[in-house]
Design a protein around this ligand. Structure first.
Ligand code: NAP
Length: 260
């Protein structure tokens, strides 16, 4: 689908992939509905200069159920064309060392908030017979790495939801795009190194958030249903799919729970 002049919601647009995606949509002259916890006015100005036809600010902490439901009610009235569920947090640690609230938040933010926002914008998309739901999952939705227990479970859930919805929406004019996101150089990528890295030599392959944002825009324009990783990460994904025992051997060889 074309993205120019479309009403686009991006959650987690303050930094990282979400911020670069806001810039990329702005260059395409989209109307941006940004969901953030806090605001930097200079950045909003930058988006207008880049070509955004509108920048609407929605302030929301997506770990809070009431806030998500209120945001959903508001977005339902806005004729949203593209929803990008991008906001996410990481819980990388041995399971017994993960903080209880972090475990609850990773499911709430990465999975529950995305489900509720999809539900909110769908009726209007279906009525207008057009729209796109873009969900930022992860290679962790397929690959089973140690220290990724709760994060991988939330991302696998989001991928499953996207795939069920794709079938449910056939013939309606509304589509889905699952981002099977590889290593992208952001704050979260650096966090992977410090949290998983204590026990596990996680793959170091990455691309920039700007490059990934451009890939996402291209995938939306081509009406793709998946954006799969390229390069070494793609090789790992194929190895995981077609030779799972070899992949597991590689993962076990890179892990030592007593190293930290
Ligand atoms: N980077 C990677 O290597 C990688 C790999 C696979 C998948 N992903 C996925 O890509 C997405 C974006 O990741 P990123 O690398 O860009 O991460 P990032 O740089 O850490 O940015 C995370 C974004 O989520 C927002 N966020 C965090 N907690 C929130 C909350 N409670 N309510 C609302 N927004 C909240 C942050 O806002 P604040 O500024 O307010 O904190 C920020 O805008 C995530 O879903 C992540 O799981 C990333």
């Amino acid at each position: 689908m074309e993205v120019g002049n479309k009403n686009v919601v991006i959650t987690g647009s303050s930094r990282g992939i979400g911020w670069e995606l806001a810039r990329a949509f702005a260059k395409e002259h989209a109307a941006l509905h940004l969901v953030q916890r806090s605001w930097d006015s200079n950045k909003i100005e930058e988006l207008t200069k880049l070509g955004a036809t509108k920048v609407v600010r929605w302030t929301c902490d997506l770990t809070k159920t009431d806030s998500i439901l209120n945001l959903g009610k508001d977005l339902a009235k806005e004729n949203i064309d593209i929803l990008v569920n991008n906001a996410g947090i990481l819980t990388g640690e041995l399971l017994e060392k993960q903080n209880d609230n972090d475990i609850i938040d990773v499911f709430q933010l990465n999975l529950v908030a995305s489900a509720l926002l999809m539900k909110s914008v769908l009726p209007s998309m279906l009525e207008r017979r057009g729209g796109k739901i873009v969900n930022n999952t992860s290679v962790s939705a397929y690959m089973r790495f140690p220290c990724a227990t709760t994060y991988a479970a939330a991302k696998s859930g989001l991928l499953a939801m996207t795939e069920c919805l794709e079938t449910e929406l056939m013939g309606t004019g509304v589509g889905t795009l699952a981002l099977v996101t590889p290593g992208i150089k952001t704050d979260m990528f650096d966090q992977i190194k410090t949290s998983y890295g204590k026990y596990f030599d996680s793959p170091a392959d990455y691309i920039s958030a700007e490059e990934y944002a451009n890939q996402i825009i291209d995938a939306i324009k081509r009406d793709e249903t998946y954006l799969m990783p390229k390069g070494a990460t793609r090789f790992g994904l194929l190895m995981n799919k077609y030779t799972p025992s070899l992949f597991k051997k590689f993962v076990i060889g890179s892990f030592n729970r007593n190293r930290a």
